[in-house]
Design a protein around this ligand. Structure first.
Ligand SMILES: NC(=O)c1ccc[n+]([C@@H]2O[C@H](COP(=O)([O-])OP(=O)(O)OC[C@H]3O[C@@H](n4cnc5c(N)ncnc54)[C@H](OP(=O)(O)O)[C@@H]3O)[C@@H](O)[C@H]2O)c1
Length: 296
């Protein structure tokens, strides 16, 4: 029987509706509108689309969005000074620096000046450290979106073997920490996993992935995960986004894996919409924390 597809678009719409309601309550209670400020450096078309989509998402749920668009030859000190002024602006609750940055700017140099309380991507070392310690302030949007997806599709994680292919700072590594934790925003059933992380130096990748109850592919290589690499009935979460002549595809050989897996996320329409929804969640979380800090 073909795998059941996990509809990320539908679940993201549910989450946005919940956030819209919570934003309205927050504004009514505090007379403060949550605000996300994005910084875009250069004219990369894909980054421009991502930022515009995020701004549209904000408008839909009642979050204010601002955009600072800087030229491609912006220097690291210039970008840091823009971020520093956003840090000091009390009407800005979340700051997002769209990646990738031009070659002359090391992302770490910008993260170092970003106020961790406004770091709604959760990439700042302090926020990563808090996740590792099991007391997160924010959760990175893609891993958190995956947890929400599993939770809302009634796919338990606790006690199961999750194999993650990819160890990046934004997906694989934080997801591993979050699924290893004792609890999650969705409760302990979406944590407490046994986690294996694979990467480009992992020998016998197929032998590892075939052991997965839940397999997450976050690599950026079209078709890397073939049907032979999937245990029959496993849940397969495809994070990859690859632009090919055939259009946008994930890391999973979709048609073949669909015949083997129990559940499968499509690309597009799987993890991507959830990533965007969780950015709104983090912006509201940041606004709540900053208002509470002022009241104290
Ligand atoms: N859907 C979404 O919302 C969303 C969000 C973020 C990213 N993405 C997509 O997810 C993909 C991964 O993104 P990322 O930022 O995590 O990528 P990344 O930083 O490039 O990391 C890729 C990871 O894959 C590993 N890898 C590369 N080739 C491999 C192979 N043949 N076998 C096993 N592992 C291999 C790399 O190993 P090494 O560490 O050894 O190099 C690395 O750990 C990309 O397609 C990206 O566009 C989607």
């Amino acid at each position: 029987m073909a795998a059941q597809l996990l509809d990320g678009k539908k679940i993201a719409a549910q989450i946005r509706a919940e956030i819209r309601e919570e934003v309205a309550q927050f504004v009514g209670r505090h007379d403060v509108v949550p605000c996300l400020a994005a910084v875009l450096v250069g004219d990369d078309p894909a980054s421009g689309v991502y930022v515009r989509n995020k701004q549209r998402d904000c408008r839909q749920v009642g979050i204010e969005s601002r955009l600072e668009h800087l030229p491609a030859d912006t220097s690291a000190p210039q970008l840091c000074s823009v971020v520093a002024s956003m840090n000091g602006d009390p009407s800005v609750h979340g700051i997002l620096v769209q990646l990738p940055l031009p070659a002359q700017i090391a992302p770490a140099s910008v993260l170092d000046v970003l106020d961790p309380r406004k770091d709604v991507d959760a990439f700042h070392p302090e926020n990563m450290g808090r996740i590792a310690e099991g007391r997160p302030r924010f959760l990175p949007c893609t891993p958190h979106g995956i947890q929400q997806l599993l939770h809302r599709c009634d796919i338990p994680v606790a006690g199961r073997h999750v194999v993650i292919v990819g160890r990046s700072q934004i997906v694989g590594k934080p997801l591993a920490l979050m699924l290893l934790a004792r609890d999650s925003t969705c409760g302990p059933q979406v944590a407490n996993a046994t986690v294996t992380v694979c990467h480009s130096r992992t020998p016998q990748l197929a032998m590892m992935t075939r052991q997965a109850d839940i397999l997450v592919a976050a690599v950026g290589r079209a078709g890397l995960i073939t049907a032979e690499m999937v245990r029959p009935g496993a849940t397969v979460v495809d994070v990859g986004i690859n632009r090919t002549d055939a259009g946008l595809v994930g890391d999973v050989d979709f048609e073949a894996v669909r015949q083997v897996a129990g559940y499968l996320t499509p690309v597009p329409g799987g993890v991507g919409p959830l990533t965007r929804a969780m950015l709104l969640y983090n912006t509201l979380t940041a606004a709540r924390a900053q208002v509470a800090e002022k009241i104290r």
